[in-house]
Design a binder for this molecule. Sequence first.
Ligand code: GRF
Length: 215
Amino acid sequence: MTPIIPAKSLNLAVMASGRGSNYEAIYGAIKRQDLDAQIKIVISDKANAVVLDKAKAANIPALHINPRDFNNQAEYEKELVQVLGEYEIDLVVLAGYMRLVGRTLLNAYKNRVVNIHPALLPSFPGLQAQKQALDYGVKFSGCTVHIVDEGMDTGPIILQAVVPVLPGDTEEDLSKRILQEEHCLYWQALQLFAQGRLYLKPDGKGTLCLPPIVI
Ligand code: GRF
C-alpha cells in the first residue's frame, strides 16, 4: 500500500466562498508549526469573499475565479487545474466552498481534494447540516473531514469530532459549537497527509491512518 501523499511539507490551495474561519485556523496551525504545510494560494468563486481579504492581509496570493466567466463547469475547472499546477499544489482544501466539485478537478487531483462538513457524515449531507441535525432531534452532532468524490459529501472519511446537542440549542448555538471543533480537526487531518500516514482502505470505503492515531 502507498500513502495518498508521501510524507512532505504540503503545498496547499484553500478554496472558499465565504468568511474563511477554517482558512484562518489552518493558517494558525502552520504558524504554530503544528501543521507542516504552506498555503500557496487562496481561490474563491465569489469576488467579495472575506477569505480573499484575509489571505491578502497575510501576503498569500488570493484569486477570484468566476465560474460565470466560463462556458461550463469543465472549462472553469480546467482553469482551476491550470492555476493549481502553477503553484505546485499537493492538496486542495475546500473550506466553505459552496459548489460541487466536478470530474475535471477530481481527475487531476485524485483523492487530493478534501472538505470539512458540519455534521457527522453520512448523516445530514448538503446544505444547512446543523439545522437538519436539530430538526431530526439527534443528541450528538459534529464535523467530518473527508476526501471529496463526485457525490454530495460522500467521499472517504478521514477524521470526525463529536459535539453534544444541548436542550434549547438554536441553529446558531450548534453551529458555533461545531465550528470550534472544525478549527481543531481540519489541520489535524491535513497533518496526517503531511506525515504520509493516510491510506485509502483497499475496498475504497474510508481511509486508514498508519501508524494509528493514539488517543
Ligand atoms: C463551515 O461550517 C464548514 O463546515 C462548511 O462551511 C463552513 C465554512 O465556514 N463546509 P468558514 O468560512 O470556514 O468560517
